[in-house]
Design a protein around this ligand. Structure first.
Ligand SMILES: [Zn+2]
Length: 380
């Protein structure tokens, strides 16, 4: 496969490949995924370490801070000699040594509502491991319109909280519409005292949740909030509900993000039920149909570079983020096949079409990669 050490990969991931829920297919899925970790403190250090070790394809590391002495009791990626260096860069160096197969991207800057959409756009799943509420809320407000799952954790003294906010499920603002008056997460909370293992545990739970989401296994915390009491060792799971009046994901969202992205939000899946309506078509059958029925429109929601490299015959490039604005280029009365790289994001694209009255919408199973593996014709 062009890798210098063909056996290295199977040996490296052997212990997770043994799990039927992972296997080679799951491992490929991880390798094709892009995960952003925002905040490289007590939560982000363990989260990014386990994600890199598990073989996430692209890992984004975002933090504008530098390593301080008081970080070392819980931020386990850093060493005494790293004091004063940018966390994002030290983390990237350490994680590259841990797993050279992972593509590491550093964002040595603070996340805020001004840059969140631009950065989040490039990733499939986001981990909020931030030390401040404005960043958590900015992430939430970017992930909702972009339909990106957001794994969020926070710690306060001896208590840790974990939730997953994913498309169609309640978001952070459904729970807490506004940031609390006194910001107390991660570093801010740490200023009031913290035992290192607690953010360590929560960061690990975040990594586990990301893997579950990417692998499509288990029961992710879509609709529940996990509260861990570090002193008693007990945990509680609180049921969460979507708030229809939520300023971010509700029926009438406030203008907290650019109008363009609000437009995407209104088109995104309103519930899990509507998601079920999208039909999936196997690549071989799709190719037979495409040859027999020239009226079929094939929409490629990958980025333009991927489309330029190769695409399904006749597929037009309509990247997911811009799809809602370009629906007038398609004929709603004719069938549409939506294709992405692996057959996952095409579901989001298909959902946009369905909600806008397109009748026959299919997603192409296994995406362009599966198509290529089967040796079906491609255009370049
Ligand atoms: Zn909400």
């Amino acid at each position: 496969m062009g890798t210098p050490f063909p056996d290295e990969k199977s040996e490296r991931y052997d212990r997770q490949l043994l799990l039927a829920e992972v296997g080679p297919e799951g491992q490929e899925r991880l390798a094709a995924s892009r995960v952003l970790v925002v905040g490289l403190g007590g939560l982000g250090c363990p989260a990014s370490t386990y994600l890199a070790a598990a073989g996430i394809g692209t890992l984004g590391l975002m933090d504008g801070d530098r390593v301080e002495l008081s970080n070392l009791h819980r931020q386990v990626l850093y060493r005494q000699g790293d004091l004063g260096l940018l966390k994002a860069e030290v983390a990237a160096r350490t994680l590259a040594e841990l797993n050279p197969r992972v593509r590491l991207r550093t964002h040595p800057q603070r996340l805020d509502s001004g840059n969140a959409l631009e950065i989040v756009r490039d990733y499939d799943v986001v981990v909020a491991a931030c030390d401040n509420h404005p960043a958590r809320y900015a992430l939430n407000d970017a992930c909702v319109p972009l339909a990106r799952p957001l794994v969020d954790a926070s710690v306060r003294r001896f208590e840790g909280r974990l939730a997953l906010f994913s498309p169609g499920s309640p978001c952070l603002r459904c729970l807490f519409p506004r940031p609390p008056e006194t910001p107390e997460v991660g570093g801010m909370a740490a200023a009031r005292g913290i035992l290192g293992p607690l953010p360590g545990i929560l960061g690990c739970l975040e990594a586990l949740e990301v893997l579950k989401v990417l692998l499509g296994i288990g029961r992710p915390l879509h609709d529940r909030l996990l509260i861990l009491d570090g002193l008693s060792g007990e945990h509680r799971l609180l049921k969460r509900a979507r708030d229809r009046a939520c300023p971010t994901c509700g029926d009438r969202p406030a203008a907290t993000v650019q109008a363009e992205d609000l437009k995407i939000r209104r088109l995104r899946p309103a519930s899990k039920e509507t998601k079920m309506e999208i039909k999936e078509i196997q690549p071989e059958e799709a190719w037979r149909e495409m040859q027999a029925r020239p009226e079929i429109q094939v929409v490629d929601v990958r980025d333009p570079e991927s489309h330029r490299a190769y695409h399904l015959p006749g597929a037009r490039s309509m990247p997911l983020a811009g799809l809602p604005r370009r629906l007038n280029e398609l004929d709603a009365s004719r069938p549409v096949y939506v294709v992405c790289m692996k057959g996952k994001r095409s579901v989001e694209g298909g959902q946009v079409l369905l909600e806008q009255g397109f009748g026959e919408v299919f997603t192409v199973a296994r995406g362009t990669e599966g198509w290529k593996e089967l040796g079906l014709p491609l255009e370049t």
